[in-house]
Design a protein around this ligand. Structure first.
Ligand SMILES: *Cc1c(COP(=O)(O)O)cnc(C)c1O
Length: 435
């Protein structure tokens, strides 16, 4: 399978190059040249499959034979090694709990897979690979933990100073080893543009090898398909058929993965793209104008994205036809007041504790679900990661899972940067071992 650039469909690349470089040479995002339909026997076997098996059967079309099937089968078992239960919350709404991985957020799934694919591709590379990642909170911890201790890979996590929660920050600033956390005096968008600038800096790229672990990387967003199939398998066992899946969205990698799963044959009827106040995509779906904005800080901070980089992939999937996109995706923006009220109501009524991102998903379904439909929202983070938001609302302390307690005990180690590319370049050059 070849991968083409969203800027130029005749600029193609193989998988290895696409994964190592992250972005195409013309700065487009890579898209698979074709999206195969899954064979009938996949659907027959699906109810009995483990997550690792689903991962293998769906992703092998993109990652094999460059990775031999036998090795890939092991890789998917190893990457998708924690439960992803579909939990009924109300009569017609269920949560797909994606937060049972090492850093308690759904990004563990993409990050664990990416780290394993990248480690495989860089093993014989001859020099260190530097992974640059901008985070609004959860990406940094998932990527850092996914790559922790992998030889030959250095990870640099850029995050907006003061704008990520304490718990999130601890999960990527306390690791040491091959992980460097960098707090930037600026917003998430500033961090993202510093990373983008580094990727365009030819001089830097000649001196050191850099790559991206943001959801612009194919090997990060594609594996997220896995849990859409798994959710469907579980929903069918509950007897739910007309499925509407609500994706709390920021950079739109998660939704893109769901759409690709649908294209491979997954019978999800429609998707609801829920955002916080950063409503560029819902606005676009309504007006046909895509107007990026400076990001607005909200309590659902992992979704504070003013120019979602993966949306171009969604447009690409639908041949840039707004009407076709609207047949499958409905957009909605949820404000902070609604977010707080939803955490409160859902706890009081159903004793289910939502995190701020999941609350946006739940609320969006409450507003948009049709009578005959069953709604699934992606519960993208564990509420214990956001105690400062959730606890005052539910008036209760949230139990912290053991792995979270372990992070909280660690010591924060970070480098500080002003929002300046020159400083970043200097730091990268000084930290990198060229062998
Ligand atoms: C990253 C993140 C999102 C947004 O996912 P995208 O793929 O960027 O749309 C939602 N919720 C949480 C908790 C996240 O960490």
């Amino acid at each position: 399978m070849q991968y083409y650039s969203t800027n130029n469909s005749s600029l193609k690349s193989d998988l290895k190059n696409a994964v190592i470089n992250g972005l195409a040479d013309d700065k487009g995002l890579f898209m698979p040249e074709e999206i195969p339909a899954l064979p009938d026997d996949f659907w027959e076997r699906l109810p009995a499959m483990s997550l690792g098996e689903i991962g293998f059967e769906t992703l092998k079309h993109f990652f094999c034979p460059i990775i031999p099937e036998q090795d890939f089968r092991q890789l998917t078992d190893d990457a998708f090694n924690f439960p992803i239960p579909l939990v009924p919350v109300s009569e017609n709404i269920s949560a797909l709990e994606l937060f049972h991985g090492p850093t308690l957020a759904f990004k563990d799934i993409g990050a664990r897979f990416l780290a394993r694919v990248m480690a495989r591709f860089t093993k014989d590379y001859g020099r260190d690979i530097n992974v640059l990642v901008a985070t609004s909170g959860d990406t940094g911890s998932a990527v850092a933990n996914g790559f922790l201790g992998i030889d030959g890979v250095n990870v640099f996590v850029l995050y907006p100073k003061g704008l990520v929660s304490d718990v999130q920050e601890k999960q990527f600033t306390t690791l040491g080893q091959n992980i460097t956390a960098i707090e930037v005096d600026g917003s998430f968008d500033d961090c993202q543009s510093l990373v983008k600038t580094a990727f365009m800096d030819q001089q830097l790229k000649e001196a050191i090898s850099i790559t991206s672990a943001n959801s612009i990387n194919l090997a990060r967003f594609l594996p997220q398909m896995v849990y859409y199939f798994y959710a469907y398998a579980q929903a069918v066992q509950y007897g739910h058929t007309d499925l509407a899946v609500c994706v709390p969205s920021g950079n739109f990698g998660n939704l893109t993965a769901g759409l690709i799963a649908q294209r491979m044959g997954l019978p999800i009827k429609r998707f609801i793209a829920a955002t916080n106040l950063n409503d560029v995509v819902p606005q676009y779906l309504q007006t046909g104008h895509y107007q990026s904005m400076a990001s607005i800080a909200t309590p659902a901070n992992a979704m504070d994205v003013g120019d979602p980089s993966n949306f171009i992939r969604i447009q690409e999937l639908f041949g840039h036809e707004l009407e076709l996109i609207k047949q499958v995706i409905e957009g909605i923006s949820i404000n902070n007041q609604e977010l707080f009220e939803t955490i409160d109501n859902v706890y009081n009524k159903y004793q289910y504790i939502l995190d701020p991102h999941g609350a946006i998903g739940f609320k969006a379904l409450q507003k948009k679900l049709m009578n005959n439909e069953h709604g699934i929202f992606l519960a993208t983070a564990h509420p214990a990661k956001f105690p400062e938001v959730v606890e005052p609302i539910i008036k209760k302390t949230i139990d912290q899972p053991e792995r979270l307690k372990a992070f909280l005990k660690g010591e924060k180690q970070v480098k500080s940067l002003t929002n300046s590319y020159e400083e970043l370049a200097k730091l990268l050059l000084s930290q990198t071992r060229n062998v």
